[in-house]
Design a binder for this molecule. Structure first.
Ligand code: PEP
Ligand code: MN
Length: 338
């Protein structure tokens, strides 16, 4: 439920409500709006309803959150969440291109990609060092060596790093290097991983699984936010349908549906949605037109020789033109792109 404080409520009154909520073993999540503070109360229903919340000083009213997801819902927080990654902002009108190779292969490859992304106006560098591959015989990523290469590219360009963590056992090492922790589509509902990410002080980019409903995606985000980490970026990367023309089916409606239901930023991944280079630009533009806060896109200096996802990777030589088109549309849609 939500405890909505009076406009005139003092910090001490807010602290008192929080203390009483915590006394019964529930958790309190404060959202400070422009006018009022809202306290989200998550815990055992029986115990929470016994608390005389409405009688406490500074409390205006108590409202139930009807949706199964609570803290990520617009009901709990009306204003958009803005996430600041080393000064690169996303959400609440701030648009971000996040780009780089599917996998980190060599220091030179990731540096070339990072420089192209930076030159084109991209805000963050993506690249996988721990790769979730369908085949156990396929390239699995360079692990910590790959993370070091990403960090070197960050040192060179200033771009924050987005990289995947697949296993809670790798969390410490990935956190040593990463700025944003990516949860891949195969791990959207790995609840133990999500709960661990909720305890980390770094933003999480949570991908929608190929067979995950939007509600399930929001519940997955709730697992992270419930543990205290509010900085979650959601990503539509295509879902599995009967259609075979594309690798996955890009669900463009997910963007406005999520933005209505939740305050979290949403990005689209046209690379994994389509699996086809020729669809990367049109799907990116569709995502931006639908209200996305950014794109997550693969680019490689030499896609023909990529160890993973070459056919969907934009050559870095073409990245500037692609990014120009995407940023133009984002600005036309009223977004800030710097
Ligand atoms: C990726 O972005 O590197 C990736 C593996 O994508 P997905 O988890 O969406 O398949
Ligand atoms: Mn990929």
């Amino acid at each position: 439920m939500m405890v909505i404080m009076h406009e005139t409520a003092t910090e001490a009154e807010v602290a008192h409500v929080v203390a009483r909520v915590e006394e019964v073993g529930a958790s309190a999540h404060i959202s400070t709006g422009e006018r009022v503070t809202v306290i989200g109360v998550i815990g055992d229903r029986e115990q929470v309803t016994q608390l005389p919340l409405e009688a406490m000083p500074g409390v205006d009213r108590v409202v139930a959150i009807l949706r199964p997801y609570k803290l990520v819902s617009r009901e709990f927080q009306q204003r958009d969440t803005v996430i600041d990654v080393r000064g690169a902002k996303i959400g609440g009108g701030h648009f971000a291109i996040i780009a780089g190779p599917c996998s980190v292969e060599t220091a030179e490859q990731v540096l070339a990609a990072a420089r192209a992304v930076k030159a084109a106006g991209g805000k963050m560098l993506r690249g996988g060092a721990f790769k979730p591959r369908s085949s156990p015989y396929a390239f699995q990523g360079l692990g910590e060596d790959g993370l070091r290469m990403l960090a070197a590219a960050r040192d060179d360009t200033g771009l924050p790093i987005v990289t995947e963590v697949m296993d809670p056992r790798d969390l410490d090492v990935v956190c040593e290097y990463a700025d944003v922790l990516q949860v891949g589509a195969r791990n959207t509902q790995n609840f133990l991983l999500l709960a661990e990410l909720g305890k980390v002080a770094k933003p999480v980019l949570l991908k929608r699984g190929p067979a995950t409903t939007i509600e399930e995606l929001l519940m997955a985000a709730e697992y992270i936010v419930k543990e205290g980490n509010r900085d979650v970026i959601l990503c539509e990367r295509g879902i599995r349908t009967f259609e075979t023309a594309t690798r996955n089916t890009f669900d463009v409606s997910a963007v406005p549906v999520i933005k209505i239901a939740s305050h979290l930023p949403v990005v689209v991944d046209p690379s994994h949605s389509a699996g086809r280079l020729d669809l990367v630009l049109p799907l990116s533009l569709a995502g931006v037109a639908a209200g996305a806060d950014g794109v997550l896109v693969e680019t490689h200096p030499n896609p023909e020789h990529a160890l993973c996802d070459g056919p969907q990777s934009l050559p870095t030589a073409a990245f500037g033109e692609y990014a120009g088109r995407v940023l133009d549309l984002a600005r036309w849609a009223g977004k800030t792109t710097v």
